[in-house]
Design a protein around this ligand. Structure first.
Ligand SMILES: [Zn+2]
Length: 105
């Protein structure tokens, strides 16, 4: 059976769906829940000040031109995802949001 790019996409979507279902099952089992966030822009956004800095995929380090924050690209993105999830459940920081910070600069 040939694997077309559409089949690969469908298989990938199915795998993610199963993974999220497993996470939700385990979360329910332990009295918590899974919060899904939109991942768009989490690589570009600075986890400290919220400024977006486009970077090609081979650049592995996040360096913010606005605040100087430097960190591994994936760790910075993970912090952005965590912050988005916390904000969605109302447990985010009481400080200004990254979009508010962006408008201040
Ligand atoms: Zn920054």
């Amino acid at each position: 059976m040939l694997e077309t790019s559409q089949n690969a996409k469908n298989n990938q979507d199915t795998a993610w769906s199963r993974f999220i279902n497993l996470l939700e099952y385990k979360a329910n089992l332990h009295g918590t829940h899974v919060e899904k966030v939109k991942p768009e822009g989490t690589i570009k956004e600075c986890a400290v000040c919220g400024i977006e800095t486009p970077k090609p995929v081979w650049v592995r380090k996040h360096t913010c031109p606005a605040c100087g924050h430097t960190e591994d690209r994936e760790l910075n993105a993970a912090k952005n995802i965590l912050n988005r999830g916390l904000k969605q459940v109302g447990a985010g920081h009481s400080e200004s949001t990254s979009s508010e910070r962006r408008s201040l600069s």
